[in-house]
Design a binder for this molecule. Structure first.
Ligand code: FE
Length: 386
């Protein structure tokens, strides 16, 4: 029997519970449940040994979290939970005043903000859908699934943060949420990502062959290394740069928290990709390496096109060209992290070293003194945990 609710009368009643229904008795609920169970991957229900666990195509019972095989995944899950924050905790009053004061922001600055919210408000939904509809089912490791559940929540919260900004500034929601259809530099990035979700979100898609395993690996590279690892960085840099100049500090603060989460998503994804490759070296042949580099190259070029579209002239102390240099620098780091040759010589200098520091909030106490003080007063987010 199941749980003991501490009620003696009920416990006694349970002792004489009716026998389970015979198979011959038609029970539509049970039959439907059985059908759903049949659709789950078949796993071995015996006690799990560490050596049984694998990142993909594992037959060990996925409901047994321990023993851990990938301690790093569990630690990343715990770290993500410690970084908890909420969009509603950020005060948007100054931003509302600034946004509605004629001349407080230039047209170029306003375009950057609108484009960023337009891209990100749908991009995090694309990432969340890919996680829930495709990745979660195919990752056959419970500690990694635990992180994926946390990541899915964070993507939902990021979408909420963007909506909170859009609503606070009374933006035209139809215009912002349709940018991924209507603005070509935004649409190109969304279409590129969706292409990689399409096949593997089919419920009939299954890993287990070299071809299908590679397809899944490409999805992980498309989302963790390119969508979250590349497509977010022009917008992050632009918005954070506004905050450095004392503008739209509420939106900037939201983006800083989001960027911290996103950099952890990339770290996690890279670890998953490298684990799959280590456990399945046959997947990572010359052709797969070439194709993976090509994906990162395409992503970089799309993000550079986005930089040119959003910054037709220099703004906030930098230009589309210096942004392109930054994106090439990031592309080489993404390649390096998953064992690929750099795309752009590997010696591109980072033109925005302050961005690396922004990702690590522990080093940021002086940057937003106002918010740090606010949070201390509100007993809100802790700045000592990063
Ligand atoms: Fe993410």
């Amino acid at each position: 029997m199941g749980l003991n609710w501490g009620n003696d009368d009920q416990s006694n009643q349970r002792a004489v519970a009716p026998p389970p229904p015979e198979r011959s008795q038609a029970n539509p609920v049970l039959e439907q449940q059985q059908t759903l169970l049949d659709q789950l991957p078949q796993t071995d229900s015996s006690r799990v040994r560490v050596d049984d666990k694998r990142m993909i195509n594992c037959r060990a019972d996925l409901n047994q979290l321990v023993p851990f095989k990938y301690k790093w995944a569990w630690e990343k899950y715990l770290a993500a939970c410690r970084n908890n924050w909420s969009p509603q905790e950020v005060n948007m009053q100054d931003d509302i005043r600034e946004w509605n004061t004629p001349g407080a922001l230039t047209d170029d600055e306003r375009r950057i903000v609108k484009r960023s919210l337009g891209f990100f408000s749908t991009a995090d939904s694309l990432v969340a859908n890919n996680l829930v509809l495709a990745v979660y089912r195919l990752i056959t490791n419970p500690e990694c699934r635990q992180y994926l559940l946390r990541q899915a929540f964070e993507e939902a919260m990021h979408t909420e943060a963007y909506q909170y900004c859009i609503e606070s500034l009374s933006m035209d929601e139809g215009e912002i949420f349709n940018m991924y259809h209507e603005v070509s530099s935004v649409a190109a990035k969304a279409e590129w990502a969706i292409r990689y979700t399409r096949a593997i979100s089919d419920p009939n898609f299954a890993t287990g062959t070299v071809e299908k395993d590679r397809e899944f690996l490409k999805n992980l590279i498309a989302y963790y290394c390119v969508t979250e690892g590349m497509f977010f960085y022009c917008g992050f840099t632009q918005v954070l740069s506004m905050g450095r100049r004392g503008r739209l500090k509420g939106i900037t603060e939201q983006f800083r928290y989001i960027m911290r989460d996103e950099s952890m998503h990339v770290d996690f994804g890279v670890a998953v990709i490298n684990t799959i490759v280590r456990e399945n070296p046959q997947l990572w042949d010359d052709e797969m390496r070439r194709a993976s580099r090509e994906m990162i190259r395409e992503g970089t070029e799309l993000e550079i096109a986005y930089a040119h579209d959003t910054m037709p002239q220099p703004i906030l102390g930098f230009s589309a060209d210096s942004m392109a240099q930054y994106l090439r620098y990031i592309a080489d780091r993404r390649c390096e992290k998953i064992g690929l040759e750099p795309l752009y010589s590997g010696r591109v200098e980072n033109p925005f070293p302050w961005m690396s520091e922004m990702i690590d909030l522990r080093k940021e106490a002086n940057f937003f003194e106002r918010q740090v003080t606010d949070y201390k007063a509100n007993a809100g987010l802790s700045w000592s945990e990063g």
